[in-house]
Design a protein around this ligand. Structure first.
Ligand SMILES: Cc1ncc(C[n+]2csc(CCOP(=O)(O)OP(=O)(O)O)c2C)c(N)n1
Ligand SMILES: [Mg+2]
Length: 428
């Protein structure tokens, strides 16, 4: 019998015959790579110190470092950078309008801000295609704008106006649009969007499409059980979830240093067996590049990515919170890293993609748009009382849900003395 030709190394790695090594040449150490796009790695921590009868936070470390430049994007064109900058301006200035509306007593409930996080919200959502899906959290009002909600929608929502996305039934962030904008409405329970978005990706997969779906979770919320369950499910099912962990250093009044022991939250990706990436959340080019690469992986059917965006929540949890517990030097440090000021400097002075006059015109246009939207939202009507009970169930008769099973019935002839559980039952 002819000798079989020497086969080449098999293609499948699991069939590959490993070269034998003596035991002590093997190492039990494992190494993992977390891609880090940052041009600066802040090195300070927060400690609790006793101050008389009370406890306060103190920041320890070097806060004097010079501000890093914006990292050139590998993918964004000049025009796209200017577009993202415009979304960021709209995001910030809209929130200033909301703050003023609140102070004028026109808002029902509170107002939440993404101050300092505009680059993360806008540049991340910008990486999605129109037919892909977004699940925003409360601070991602910039992502909502990028997905096609207008400032007047968000203003009317806060004022519970009849024309708002929830027609006045909710006065905060609990709205989406599953028809046109592919935005899943968040609920307040932190982490719950993650399995929902995994489900959206699974649904697309069942229709033979690999799409990117994006959602967010905070440094506080990432500790919830449902975050683990949702992302683990996405990982084992290879679903295209792009999860931004927005590490803004605070969960309510608890500093990140008191919430987890890992150095970087991107390290959590290792435990899911998925790529973990770190970006400076105040640099829209880094945010976009990481988001774009994660979306492309998703579109190729390669599964989820966890991106940790490091930045700082530059206001309190919501408008009622003056954030007195935040050490002032920390605010000063991050104020110097303001995403909009730095991106403006990058576009106008570094790249010279915008002249001063063009920049001023762009800012003025944003302000004109916001004033028109504010005027529209303020003068639009509140819902009429008789509409309060409607809109919960389908009112067109096209979604009638017929019960499949009715209540169990005791079989005719059963002795009434027997308990119900003993009685023979049959389903209709
Ligand atoms: C499961 C769950 N636990 C607690 C809360 C209450 N809660 C709402 S926001 C918040 C802090 C969230 O901090 P973080 O996740 O860091 O997000 P950030 O507000 O900083 O954006 C908490 C504890 C909640 N909504 N859901
Ligand atoms: Mg936080």
């Amino acid at each position: 019998m002819a000798k079989a030709p020497k086969s080449k190394a098999p293609r499948h790695p699991s069939n590959h015959k490993r070269p034998t090594r003596s035991f002590h040449h093997q190492t039990s150490e494992r190494r993992y790579i977390i891609l880090d796009y940052r041009l600066e790695k802040p090195s300070f921590e927060l400690r609790q110190v006793r101050d008389g009868d009370s406890i306060r936070y103190q920041v320890c470390g070097d806060l004097s470092a010079s501000v890093p430049p914006i990292r050139d994007s590998k993918y964004l064109s000049k025009q796209q950078c200017i577009e993202i900058y415009r979304w960021m301006l709209l995001n910030r200035k809209m929130e200033t309008v909301l703050e003023n509306l609140y102070k004028q007593g026109k808002v029902v409930g509170g107002v939440y801000f993404g101050l300092g996080q505009e680059g993360c919200s806008c540049a991340s959502a910008y990486a999605l295609k129109p037919d892909e899906w977004l699940g925003p959290m409360i601070r991602n009002q910039g992502s909502l704008l990028v997905r096609g909600f207008s400032p007047r929608d968000i203003m009317m929502q806060y004022m519970a106006k009849a024309g708002s996305p929830t027609k006045g039934r909710d006065a905060s962030s609990h709205f989406g649009d599953i028809k046109d904008r592919n935005v899943v409405a968040p609920i307040s329970t932190l982490g719950d969007l993650i399995p929902v978005l995994a489900g959206v990706a699974l649904g697309a997969r069942m229709q033979a499409k690999n799409i990117a779906v994006m959602t967010y979770i905070g440094d506080g919320g990432q500790s919830t059980g449902v975050t683990y369950e949702g992302l683990n499910f996405a990982a084992v099912q290879n679903l295209g979830v792009v999860l931004f962990v927005e590490n803004n250093l605070w969960g309510y009044s608890t500093p990140a240093d008191m919430q987890f022991r890992v150095k970087d939250l991107a390290e959590r990706a290792i435990a899911y067996g998925i790529p973990g990436v770190i970006v400076d959340g105040t640099d829209p080019c880094q945010v976009y590049d990481a988001a774009h690469e994660a979306c492309e992986r998703a579109r190729r059917g390669e599964g989820p990515t966890l991106i940790e965006a490091k930045m700082m929540r530059m206001k309190g949890h919501a408008i009622h919170d003056a954030a007195e517990y935040v050490p002032k030097p920390l605010f000063e440090y991050w104020k110097r890293r303001d995403p909009i000021v730095r991106f403006e400097n990058y576009l106008v002075n570094v790249k010279k993609w915008l002249t001063r006059a063009e920049n001023e015109k762009l800012i003025a246009d944003v302000e004109v748009q916001l004033e028109a939207d504010r005027e529209f939202a303020v003068s639009s009507p509140l819902p009429s009382p008789e509409t309060a009970a409607g809109g919960t169930y389908c009112e067109h008769g096209c979604h009638q849900i017929k019960p499949k099973y009715s209540m169990p019935k005791i079989k005719a002839g059963g002795t009434p003395a027997r308990s119900r559980s003993e009685a023979a039952v049959h389903l209709k």
